[in-house]
Design a protein around this ligand. Structure first.
Ligand code: RP5
Length: 162
């Protein structure tokens, strides 16, 4: 199936976090592709990827990066496909560097910035699926049943309090 979501990350070392976004997309049966695309190590490839995203049929791009995390913003500057940024939890500054690099976009070029680390990656997968679900009822149903499941688990967790 043709990918509807592009999951990109600045380095293979980001995969441990970014695989959580892919897990959600797998669970909700949203077709996606995943690639290492680096703003600093492969800048030409980054621009090519962004420029071709729409024609390839991507409806949304999830971009994870850490440290001087320029990937989401630079990709957003070269495409009208919505970009979701995931700040990777860096070792030196615990992801505050990544968060601030991604979230402080100048007015006019938006990036939907998620939380630092694993929660951000999971929510990026869900947010991307919600964008896809605007034109795909099967995905909408899958998201609704995931929410319902989460609600039941939370309600039942009261009985586990000791
Ligand atoms: C960023 O630099 C990547 O997104 C990664 O989070 C960080 C460190 O990359 P490696 O040195 O581990 O490849 O571009």
């Amino acid at each position: 199936m043709k990918p509807k979501v592009g999951v990109i990350m600045g380095s293979k070392s980001d995969w441990e976090t970014m695989q959580l976004a892919c897990d959600v997309l797998d669970e909700l049966q949203v077709p996606y592709e995943k690639k290492v695309v680096s703003a600093h190590r492969t800048p030409d490839f980054m621009f090519e990827y962004a420029e071709q995203a729409e024609a390839k049929g991507l409806q949304v791009i999830i971009a994870g990066a850490g440290g001087a995390a320029h990937l989401p913003g630079m990709v957003a500057s070269k495409t009208l496909v919505p970009v979701i940024g995931v700040p990777i939890q860096s070792r030196a500054l615990k992801g505050m560097d990544s968060l601030l690099s991604i979230v402080q976009m100048p007015g006019g070029v938006p990036v939907a910035t998620m939380a630092i680390g694993t929660a951000g990656a999971t929510n990026a997968g869900l947010y991307a699926a919600q964008i896809v679900s605007l034109t795909d009822d099967k995905v909408k149903q899958a998201i609704a049943s995931r929410r319902e499941n989460m609600k039941q688990i939370a309600l039942e967790s009261s009985s586990e309090l000791i």
